[in-house]
Design a protein around this ligand. Structure first.
Ligand SMILES: Cc1ncc(COP(=O)(O)O)c(C=O)c1O
Length: 358
């Protein structure tokens, strides 16, 4: 049967909240009162295929031409639009696992036949190129990876992505790289993988790193031909953008340092605390990423369902069940809350694991 819902999104929206919430992956939302704008900067209505100054600003930061940029409603719609344009029913789409479930649900909804390649924990969630090469077939139209990887935040270096690009090109397939977490590498972030080959398509947004989810400023970087198809297809989905949000998004891009510094301060404060906790637990096996907003430990001592139940009922704490990422013996911890909540939440997580092993 055709996939018509996202189990993860439903959980994230309705059931992830808790007093000690370690389930989020995005930097906390910026408040309007702190946002650097004047009323004169805003306007309600504008044009048809996106606000050119915003498109130009995104093109400049990505070092591409404006014709390669398609605006979208967050990375979510960017992924959907890219997949809808680049696949057809019955084709094969090759996706990483553990996986951000929405990528699978969207591909299945579009009628693609989803195949997986595994990013193994033992291999620090790196991509096994040989495995990807073996799984690409004549029917493959799209290979999808996230960089940084959600949920583990492992970074895939350009060389590996380039190899995937070459393998995909041999059968006429594109590579879709979701870079929504890449900017959490700050000055260590590489150029967008759009530059790694003609068949690369990239999605991104201002949502996760900059605390600007409410603006829904997302985009796709694609070759001119694909970009034009995406513009046309988007006419069927949403027609025009919310112009006030486009104006505010441009201001955000022009003042990105403010948002970047805020994110960096939070992550620099929280990461040592997280790493200290992980080092103290021999009932967890964890790849510790240098960047990003989440980690994805494997629980060694017990079963994860028991842990979630106890965490919720006794400790008022939430983490994201690994089953949403197709890895049921893992769970995801996010470090984007304030330091106090992180400290309290980790303490509670530790206490719940102690309860389970005693
Ligand atoms: C890999 C990945 N892509 C896209 C999204 C959605 O991003 P946006 O909020 O920009 O729509 C998420 C959100 O968690 C994500 O983890």
């Amino acid at each position: 049967m055709r996939t018509v819902e996202s189990p993860y999104m439903n959980w994230a929206k309705l059931r992830s909240a808790a007093k000690y919430n370690l389930s989020t992956s995005g930097i906390p939302n910026f408040l309007m009162e702190d946002f650097p704008f004047e009323k004169e900067d805003l306007e309600l209505t504008y044009g048809v295929y996106g606000y050119e100054p915003l498109i130009e600003a995104i093109a400049a930061r990505s070092e591409v031409k404006s014709e390669n940029v398609v605006l979208s409603f967050g990375t979510s719609m960017a992924n959907h639009l890219a997949m809808a344009t680049l696949t057809e029913p019955g084709c094969e789409v090759l996706i990483e696992t553990p996986v951000y479930e929405l990528l699978v649900s969207a591909a299945e909804y579009l009628g693609a036949n989803v195949k997986f390649f595994e990013r193994r924990h033992e291999n620090a969630f790196q991509i096994d190129i040989e495995d990807v090469e073996n799984k690409i077939t004549d029917k493959t139209r799209l290979v999808i990876v996230t960089n940084l990887h959600n949920p583990s935040c492992a970074h895939t270096p350009d060389e590996k992505l380039r190899q995937i690009g070459m393998a995909a090109a041999r059968v006429g397939s594109k590579v879709l790289v979701d870079e929504v977490y890449l900017d959490t590498m700050f000055e260590d972030a590489p150029r967008s993988s759009f530059h790694l080959g003609d068949n690369f398509v990239v999605t991104n947004s201002l949502t996760k790193t900059y605390g600007l989810s409410g603006l829904r400023c997302g985009w796709i970087l694609a070759d001119k031909d694909s970009a034009q198809k995406m513009h046309r297809l988007n006419d069927l989905f949403g027609a025009t953008n919310v112009h006030v949000a486009e104006r505010l998004s441009l201001i955000a891009l022009q003042n990105l340092d403010i948002f970047r510094d805020r994110a960096r301060r939070l992550l620099d404060t929280n990461r040592p605390l997280l790493n200290g906790f992980l080092d103290s637990r021999d009932d967890l096996e964890t790849f510790k990423p240098a960047y990003g907003t989440t980690v994805f430990p494997r629980l060694l001592s017990s079963d994860t369902e028991k842990l979630y139940k106890l965490l919720r009922e006794k400790y008022e704490t939430s983490v994201v069940p690994g089953s949403f990422f197709y890895a049921a013996d893992h769970f995801r911890i996010g470090i984007t809350c304030d330091i106090k909540m992180l400290r309290d939440g980790l303490e509670r997580l530790g206490a719940a694991m102690d309860d389970l092993s005693s």
